[in-house]
Ligand binder design. Sequence first.
Ligand code: ATP
Length: 259
Amino acid sequence: MSDYDSVSADVETEEEIPEDHPRYQDLLTRHRIEAGVEKGITHLQGMHAEGRGSAFDYLLGEETIPSADEAERAAAAQLLLADRPVLSINGNVAALVPGEMAALADAVDADLEVNLFNRTPDRIEAIAEHLREHGADDVKGLEADARIPNLDHERSKVDADGIYAADVVLVPLEDGDRAEALDEMGKTEIVIDLNPLSRSPQVADVPIVDNIIRAVPTITEHARDLADADEATLRAIVEDFDRERALEAAEKRIRSGEL
Ligand code: ATP
């Protein structure tokens, strides 16, 4: 066994993962999910979701493909154009990119809302606290005083002045039922998901097929570049983006990409 093979089982902190390891990003992602489970912010099922994502990322070559970068730019434009943008946070998102989501919220003036598949008051509070430790000012999702129509009771809970009232929502790693229900509410949906065939990216206005650990900082970079752009420029970026082409490009890379 090489030194590299033994890395994932042994590391206690992410600094111990060698940055030149050929599968560095995957090890980092796995380590953050494990730490999230230990800290009580990520559900055990989050590990399965991560495993699925990891397989797709391997086939994508663990890089942001050009169509994903275009989608990330369109996402930044949509968020800057929004009146009430909200970034949805689940247990995997909180474990993987807490500071990066806080930075994006800051760059586009959006709210962060905790929205869980397996919802418990303790986990919601732990995630809100974790986000605050990583620079978030205000975290929504604790009120749960509104419901998304056509979803079962627990998964439908949202804040009336958060996701319920939002015009543009970023829903990374979202389950298909909820993504469909948000779509039916008429929200402009931005989805980050490594599987282009999953229902969530299929219903998204802006599907981003990329690892969330690369996607969120890239959206923030685009948002900072576009901070002074006028409305016509932002609208042109949104209109030029072709969701079908982005999904097809990702599927093509996964099916035929050279590794
Ligand atoms: P559906 O949307 O049809 O319900 P699913 O049941 O596969 O699909 P979930 O298990 O609810 O979806 O969500 C996991 C999704 O998140 C998977 O599609 C997986 O590819 C994706 N995913 C997991 N980890 C990451 C990551 N780090 N970055 C981006 N996407 C990820």
